[in-house]
Design a binder for this molecule. Structure first.
Ligand code: EPZ
Length: 414
């Protein structure tokens, strides 16, 4: 429940990156020895992937809220065909990790946010190139290989999931596997750094060609996850949208460049520091146009929040979704705030309005849920956001963090 209209002031600390954590935790399956992973975000998707690791037989300890110590040395099962795997998208990383370790993997088809069709053909193409047979039987993906071997894989699209899965399957496979047209997202680089820290030989992550020289053994070690680019971006947009002056701490400003450029173009004042960004509102925002693209382009995971911000900008903005086929489903909910957003040909046409009116809405997925909260902060009167479990999957303590910035927001149980 949000009472809108309060500008945001103060400091907010960004948690570890969800999309890095959900790749690094299953990657531990490839390691013999204890992995201490720091800066773990406290979110439902992490809880889910940790439960699956425990189900497989890994020993998991939590010496502090944001630290996990996982030892998967004793895991002997490659059967992750449990219901839990269906609750999240990232369970598909179990395929690459289990295949890389056991040459066998059974994983229940992944779920996650609904943006229409979410194929895994590029993941399968990668596993097959490394010598695996892959079939899908009654909703379970089954991958088997007598021997895995290194190969070159060209991705038709720089898919984050396929890039990560191929890295996982290849890092203990003899020879040099090359991924061309690889994804360059910060969490791809973070996984490569984690694997290298554990003894892998991955080079080129962050460029479009990644070379993975297989090693026989990965041993344990300590690693700290990067800050969450999308959580940081969500707060930057929230400040620009609700107004105020906030320092967003524990971030990598370089990861925020595409958003920073667009927010400045719209009229927000932004100052970059070494590991923080200060965001200040500066009167009514101006219209802007943008298209989402793979990194370093504008992230699709900030598209709903940005469309929401632009509902109150002066003039007509156009936002094109260039990654997912169908990521505007939330617009029906957004229009309940009395805004004017029309979807035509995979683009959102946003005619800016003077004010938003509080509404009763649903979070249709994780980032759409965050955008409903932002709309509630911008609106006059009360907003009720339902289905916030979607938001809990990916934002640590969102209500508390916004309250600390001066928002009038509370979690209610009906
Ligand atoms: C990751 O999903 C993120 N999830 C998503 O974040 C994010 O939206 C997406 O990357 C793009 O940045 C995680 O990291 C867990 P993709 P992923 O494979 O890996 C097509 C969030 O809100 N494609 O890069 O599943 C696909 O249809 C979530 O935190 C194929 O055609 O995305 C899409 O159009 C939501 N075949 C495009 O590629 C494939 O085999 C990008 O998908 C795989 C993908």
């Amino acid at each position: 429940m949000i009472r809108g209209g309060n500008p945001l002031h103060g400091k907010v600390h960004i948690s570890g990156a969800k999309n890095a954590a959900v790749a690094i935790i299953p990657a531990v399956l490839l390691v013999e020895g204890k992995c201490r992973i720091e800066n773990i975000p406290q979110i439902k998707d992490v809880e889910a992937i940790v439960s699956i690791l425990k189900y497989l037989g890994a020993s998991v300890e939590r010496p502090a809220d944001d630290i996990l110590e996982i030892d998967a040395t004793g895991v002997s099962s490659y059967m992750a065909d449990c219901e839990m795997a269906r609750s999240m998208r990232a369970s598909y990383y179990l395929l690459g990790a289990l295949l890389g370790r056991f040459h066998h993997a059974h994983v229940r088809m992944p779920g996650g946010c609904d943006f229409g069709v979410r194929p895994i053909d590029l993941h399968i193409k990668g596993f097959e190139a490394l010598g695996a047979d892959v079939t899908i039987e009654r909703d379970v993906v089954i991958a088997h290989a007598k021997h895995l071997f290194a190969n070159s894989v060209y991705l038709d699209f720089p898919s984050v999931g396929a890039t990560i899965n191929i890295m996982l399957a290849a890092c203990r496979t003899p020879g040099t596997t090359i991924i061309e047209n690889a994804a360059k997202e910060p969490h791809v680089v973070d996984l490569a750094n984690f694997l290298n820290q554990m003894g892998a030989f991955v080079r080129g992550a962050g460029t479009d060609v990644i070379r993975i020289q297989g090693v026989e053994h990965l041993g344990g070690g300590t690693y700290s996850i990067i800050p969450d680019q999308i959580e940081a971006g969500t707060y930057m947009i929230a400040v620009a949208a609700a107004g105020g002056d906030v320092v967003i701490e524990n971030i990598i400003p370089k990861h925020m460049e595409s958003l920073t450029a667009k927010l400045m173009e719209a009229g927000t004042i932004i100052d970059e520091m070494d590991d923080a960004i200060r965001v200040r509102s500066n009167g009514r925002l101006k219209k802007i146009n943008l298209k989402t693209m793979p990194y370093p382009g504008f992230p699709t995971d900030l598209q709903p929040q940005m469309v929401t911000l632009l509902t109150k900008a002066e003039g007509t903005s156009v936002v094109i979704e260039g990654v997912w086929e169908s990521r505007f489903q939330y617009v029906e909910e957004l229009n309940r705030f009395g805004v004017d957003v029309v979807i035509a040909d995979e683009r959102a046409i946003i005619h800016g309005v003077e004010k938003l009116q509080g509404a009763s809405v649903k979070a249709t997925d994780l980032r759409a849920g965050a955008s409903m909260i932002i709309a509630g902060l911008m609106a006059e009167g009360c907003t009720k956001v339902e289905n916030v479990t979607h938001i809990d999957r990916g934002y640590e303590k969102l209500v508390e963090k916004l309250e600390n910035l001066g928002a009038s927001i509370e979690r209610i149980h009906e």
